[in-house]
Design a protein around this ligand. Structure first.
Ligand code: 13P
Ligand code: SF4
Length: 363
């Protein structure tokens, strides 16, 4: 994870009202030169100032299609800004307002560790008919590795299609870095748990013996999102006992036990759409990040929407993007000295682009 030092004066001492006023003025002055993108997990005040919000797939598509704005201010986490930079078609400049906005899940798979594990897996399996898939929550270096082994990227919106392709066309799928999304998707597509193995990168040969890999269909990299890890079956049981009218909807980064017990599961956009389209008076307990749950509750005041975990916390890294950092980032663009420019260099850039473009074509 990268680190960014404290902001210079006057940003730390400006009030929220002053910051909002300044940002609105900067947006007007910059006009169509600059677009502000926000992931669904961003703070409400950031979403309110953004030009476009969405899930990872929608934001990746936007980046691939944007030709109008020279500056893309990405209010999200580092891998999302990297993806926007890789998919851009012109000379746009992608800015991440706080470099500390990383993703713990993306950090769970180092590309060099993945390369070593790959060689071990090929040796243990005795063949190389393995397709690598990386969740978009990963570094550009890992996307590049995946492309160099004829693999592809997926998001939580298109994982079903992409995993299905891998299962149909290859003997084995190696899924990085989120074991839960990999397990939940493979299980939904009919792979029994007995044909899945967890690869622990901290152990020699993933903690497996060659005999463990007989009949294996899916290898799951041991990694997870600390935010979605907080949801439990106990919370589902508790809410259903209190009020059986509640429907449970969870993100597929939650554990298999939670997803299996939920009424439905899908990407952030799926969760937003499903609740928006549900009947007035319906009740929802949501297993995903709290900023989004609170926003859905506000936008659906005719329904009851609560977090599945009453003690849920926010995604700390998403929340590093605040009014102060956004204002500073826009001021720097206005001055012609953009800061925190996310620029992925070759060879990772062109290879990662291949894996991301293939994903966009397949979804
Ligand atoms: P989505 O692709 O559903 O927006 O999820 C991204 C993410 O980081 C979830 O934790
Ligand atoms: Fe990463 Fe989890 Fe935050 Fe999503 S919620 S950005 S997976 S740490």
């Amino acid at each position: 994870m990268l680190y960014q030092g404290p902001l210079p004066a006057p940003y730390p001492t400006l009030t929220d009202d002053e910051l909002v006023e300044r940002i609105q003025k900067l947006k007007q002055e910059l006009g169509s030169q600059c677009v502000i993108l926000a992931h669904h997990y961003q703070r409400p005040e950031i979403v309110a100032l953004s030009d476009y919000r969405g899930d990872s797939l929608q934001l990746a598509r936007f980046a691939a299609q944007n030709s109008q704005s020279q500056y893309v201010v990405f209010c999200g986490v580092h891998f999302m800004a990297e993806t926007a930079d890789i998919l851009k078609t012109g000379q746009q400049v992608v800015v991440l307002p706080d470099l500390g906005a990383g993703c713990d899940l993306a950090d769970a798979a180092d590309a060099d560790d993945v390369a070593m594990a790959w060689d071990d897996a090929v040796g243990m399996l005795g063949h190389d008919d393995i397709m690598p898939i990386t969740y978009v929550n990963s570094t550009a270096a890992l996307k590049s590795f995946v492309a160099s082994h004829h693999g592809v990227v997926c998001t939580s919106s298109n994982a079903d299609k992409i995993v299905n392709y891998a299962l149909k066309n290859h003997k084995v799928l190696f899924f990085y870095p989120d074991e839960h999304l990999g397990r939940n998707t493979s299980k939904k597509l009919g792979v029994p748990l007995s044909q899945m193995r967890l690869w622990d990168p901290k152990k020699p040969q993933g903690g497996l013996l060659p005999s463990d890999l007989e009949n294996v269909r899916v290898l799951l990299w041991k990694g997870c999102c600390p935010v979605h890890q907080m949801f439990t079956v106990k919370q589902i049981d508790h809410i259903r006992t209190k009020d059986p009218e509640f429907k449970i909807i969870s993100h597929p980064e939650c554990s298999m036990e939670v997803v299996d017990k939920s009424d439905m599961s899908g990407s952030t956009d799926f969760i937003v759409r499903t609740i928006a389209q549900s009947s007035p008076g319906s009740k929802w307990a949501v297993g995903t990040e709290l900023n989004l749950v609170n926003r859905i509750a506000k936008e659906n005041s005719d329904k009851t929407v609560v977090s599945l975990n009453p003690f849920m916390c926010l995604c700390g890294t998403m929340n590093r993007i605040d009014l102060k950092h956004l204002c500073w980032a826009l001021d720097q663009i206005k001055l012609g000295t953009p800061q925190n420019v996310i620029s992925v260099g070759d060879p990772d850039r062109s290879l990662a682009k291949k894996a991301l473009s293939r994903m966009l074509e397949m979804s």
